[in-house]
Design a protein around this ligand. Structure first.
Ligand SMILES: [Fe+2]
Length: 295
């Protein structure tokens, strides 16, 4: 049980100290997040330390490697080196639990889901629709081939989003931590209910680790916000923040051999154009484990 969480609105002093450290240490550019590695499957102690250091400061790191082939061991072993072993096998993931994000053929079921199209994806965290037992605490996104044009990501540490919103108005945080702030309606398929409705907070804290988790999507379809004024104001403030030129929003594109390792930070994706002979391919591994940034 974490007694003194900085994410508890009642803990002013703990928050004040945490906030100061966070602002002082947070990276200021995408380049600050990048760590060059020789072999992402077998990091040297110095490479491991450098990646962990970025994750401690920003809940994310980007590794850059010369490994540009189709090899799912890269994301799998990258994750494992940071204690990430329990993959969330969503039903569109390949059998090994790692999804191959590529443009799906018109005949495939995957085509109905935006990650498998060339379309832009708005700000979100992964698995925001998952039930509590399957929260996505961490993620690896590894680039095998980038798009001919576009397919960039914007990234924001969700702890920074928390901090900036709390600075603006602690009532935003109170509304976003309400257990009924955001509801994902049930999804039906031809067999009945494929997924039950899932109500939950936007920000929540794991009582065992003290980690902050964020459930969010900027989508307006397939999501229902609590309809009181406090929630509306908080969601509007978050939307403003994510649409702003905040120095804590980083934009860039993963090149082949590069990957993002993170504690499920906020991210989006721009639309892209594929070159048919060399279509964009990213591997995505989602974990039920948290990348431990304590210590
Ligand atoms: Fe995502």
């Amino acid at each position: 049980m974490i007694v003194e969480s900085p994410f508890d609105l009642a803990n002013h002093e703990v928050y004040r100290v945490w906030r100061e450290v966070k602002l002082e240490n947070h990276p200021r550019s995408l380049g600050d997040l990048v760590v060059e590695v020789g072999d992402p499957r077998h990091l040297t102690p110095a490479e491991h330390q450098a990646i962990l250091d970025r994750c401690r400061r920003a809940n994310m790191a980007i590794y850059a490697s010369p490994f540009t082939g189709e090899d799912k061991d890269i994301p799998r072993l990258m994750g494992r080196q940071f204690g990430l072993v329990h993959l969330d096998g969503n039903w569109l993931a390949d059998e090994d639990g790692i999804s191959s994000l590529e443009v799906a053929e018109a005949s495939e079921t995957r085509k109905d889901f935006i990650p498998y199209t060339t379309r832009a994806i708005r700000w979100h965290t992964d698995g925001y629709y998952n039930p509590p037992a399957r929260r996505i605490w961490a993620m690896v996104l590894h680039c095998v081939r980038d798009a001919a044009q576009g397919g960039d990501n914007a990234l924001m540490d969700h702890e920074m989003a928390y901090l900036l919103l709390r600075d603006e108005n602690p009532e935003f945080i109170r509304a976003l931590m309400a257990p009924d702030a955001m509801t994902i309606p049930a999804r039906d398929d031809e067999n009945g209910v494929a997924r039950a409705a899932e109500a939950g907070p936007v920000f929540l804290v794991n009582p065992e680790t003290g980690a902050l988790h964020m459930r969010y999507t900027a989508r307006t379809r397939s999501i229902k916000w609590k309809s009181d004024d406090a929630t509306k104001a908080a969601v509007a403030a978050l939307e403003r923040l994510l649409a702003s030129d905040s120095p804590y929003i980083f934009r860039g594109r993963l090149s082949p051999g590069m990957g993002l390792l993170c504690n499920n930070v906020l991210h989006d994706r721009s639309g892209f154009n594929d070159e048919p002979a060399r279509p964009r391919l990213l591997y995505r591994a989602r974990y039920l484990d948290w990348l431990d940034t304590r210590g």
